[in-house]
Design a protein. Structure first.
Length: 554
């Protein structure tokens, strides 16, 4: 089957280098290819998949990442290949899209056979866990525990009363009886006490025996379930390992590496789930196998966004870091790639303005795209600049702003000032206000966003909305200006999570309006339109209220 789609490139220069997959602006040819593919997706009748774009469709809506790869064939013709990430409409094969690197769903494949065995084990586990006799045993055990606890509690109450009576009798009889009579009397009380203790011991022993008998019967079921779960774990691990060995990736030089070999030298050590199923590795694999020269790539989202992530319909996104970066590191070896924009210092020559300083701290207006502290590859930062500007004084960073965020940042000059001001940040007594320009017009005037966030472990530094494991993040907001296409808002972050304002702006459960220029959750532009505009805290020496405010830069 021919997956090559010819492109009309008249008047369009070919890219000089291949796209840097993890941060890029789509080349004109990939935009044309993506537009053609999107038109196909909009009108096709080749497969039935609910992307969440048609309210009449039943079932769960599942958006998909699609990719296009502009290539040159042996005759010099320019065209493009297309692919999707994962499966589409329950299948790996559709005539418009290149095949997977390995088809685990092929009829009679070891994966399907292995999955069938695992499904049978799952069925056995489920049958044991819902067995009527097993459930009656669990119910009986729960009731027996309550009865035993009630009986012990009642007896202990009785024994406590008996002990109190014996104590009162001792006091009363000490003055009534002579020494010999009191000794005989005390001995009888001791016998009563020992008898009570013996009664309690017998009851506890009886309860333990009753509960042990029931627990032993339950354990017979639990042991069977545990054996099956261990078998399932071993089979799943072996099947996954066998699957990883089948995924073998080519590069320009014709060298191959399996998923296992690629990830064994990474921090992951083993491939994450669904590694190798993303669009760009599929496209490059097909190009190398069939003699095409890769020229440029782009990936876009089609359909409804997942509940946890920020994804906009038809918007371009970079390849993922967790799954694709190690694979593409091998596949793109030897190719001329565009420079990584994140390694370029965009603020060289842009001044760092000091808003206020005294002998205890300094407040600066951080330019957009200047780091708060030195990065792995770029030293230039607020810290490094202040170290030069302050001479012999070591700047002590108290808090940070995202690289793309501009605005007010306070830096201590002494350890005592650092400790005092940092304590205010930790106690959340510092007052902060941010200004942002959002990419849509908001209908409401103000509100509050409460969405739990956690890091996307497979695609750092992106964040996810996660109601199970996420940390609470709370933001108040208010509209200050509307234009026909944008909204300027004030943000008051009441918590301090990573990318909190960016996620709360972009996510569909937040404002569903990415900040203008947000290269992670929206569309990249000259800058991220987010500024720390107001900062208020107590002076570390005088406890006087120190308030600073900047006019918006946008």
């Amino acid at each position: 089957m021919n997956y090559f789609n010819k492109l009309d490139i008249e008047g369009i220069a070919l890219p000089e280098h291949f796209t840097f997959p993890f941060f890029y602006k789509p080349h004109k040819l990939t935009e044309i290819a993506a537009a053609e593919l999107q038109q196909y997706l909009k009108t096709q009748n080749d497969f039935d998949h609910n992307f969440g774009l048609d309210d009449s469709k039943e079932g769960n809506a599942i958006g998909k990442m699609f990719g296009v790869l502009v290539v040159q064939d042996a005759e010099g013709n320019i065209g493009y290949l297309s692919a999707f990430s994962g499966k589409l409409a329950g299948s790996n094969h559709h005539h418009k899209f290149v095949p997977p690197v390995f088809d685990m769903l092929a009829e009679g494949s070891f994966f399907l056979k292995g999955q069938e065995i695992i499904n049978e084990i799952n069925a056995k586990i489920e049958a044991l866990e819902v067995d009527e006799f097993y459930l009656r045993l669990k119910e009986s055990q729960a009731k027996l525990k309550l009865d035993c606890e009630a009986n012990v509690k009642a007896l202990k109450t009785e024994l406590k009363e008996n002990k109190a009576k014996r104590k009162a009798l001792r006091v009363a009889q000490q003055s009534e009886l002579d020494a010999d009579a009191y000794t005989y009397f005390e001995a009888d009380l001791i016998k009563q006490s020992l008898h009570d203790k013996h009664r309690l011991a017998l009851l506890l022993q009886s309860n333990e025996s009753l509960l042990k008998n029931t627990a032993n019967e339950i354990k017979l079921f639990d042991d069977k379930v545990e054996v099956l779960k261990n078998e399932r774990k071993e089979r799943s691990g072996a099947l996954q390992q066998q699957l990883f060995e089948q995924y073998s990736f080519l590069n320009k030089a014709g060298q191959t590496k399996s998923l296992h070999d690629i990830f064994s030298v990474t921090a992951f050590q083993k491939p994450p789930s669904a590694a190798g199923e993303c669009a760009t590795p599929k496209l490059l694999q097909y190009a190398f196998l069939n003699g095409y020269k890769p020229l440029a790539m782009a990936e876009f989202w089609w359909g409804a966004a997942p509940k946890s992530e920020v994804r906009q319909h038809k918007q371009f996104y970079p390849a993922c870091n967790g799954k694709c970066k190690p694979i593409l590191g091998h596949m793109l070896e030897g190719m001329e790639i565009d420079e990584n924009p994140l390694l370029h210092n965009n603020v060289h020559g842009v001044d760092l303005t000091i808003v206020y300083q005294d002998e205890y701290f300094v407040v600066v207006n951080k330019p957009a795209d200047l780091r708060s502290v030195p990065g792995v590859y770029i030293e230039d930062s607020v810290y490094s600049r202040l170290k030069v500007m302050l001479g012999n004084i070591e700047p002590l960073i108290i808090h940070r702003l995202d690289m793309g965020t501009s605005g007010l940042l306070v830096v201590a000059k002494t350890k005592e000032a650092h400790k005092f001001i940092q304590a205010q940040f930790l106690k959340r007594t510092v007052k902060k206000r941010y200004t942002a320009l959002l990419s849509k017009v908001l209908n409401d005037d103000e509100g509050e966003i409460d969405l739990p966030l956690r890091g996307d472990l497979e695609n750092r530094p992106r964040q996810l909305v996660c109601f199970k494991y996420g940390k609470r993040s709370l933001t108040k907001w208010k509209v200050v200006l509307r234009t026909p296409t944008t909204t300027k808002v004030y943000f008051w972050p009441l918590t301090g999570r990573t990318h909190q304002l960016r996620m709360h702006s972009a996510h569909e459960l937040g404002l569903n309006a990415p900040i203008v220029g947000d290269d992670l959750y929206g569309i990249n532009s000259q800058r991220l339109h987010l500024q720390a505009s107001y900062l208020e805290f107590l002076h570390p020496q005088t406890s006087q209220v120190m308030a600073f405010e900047l006019a918006e830069e946008f």
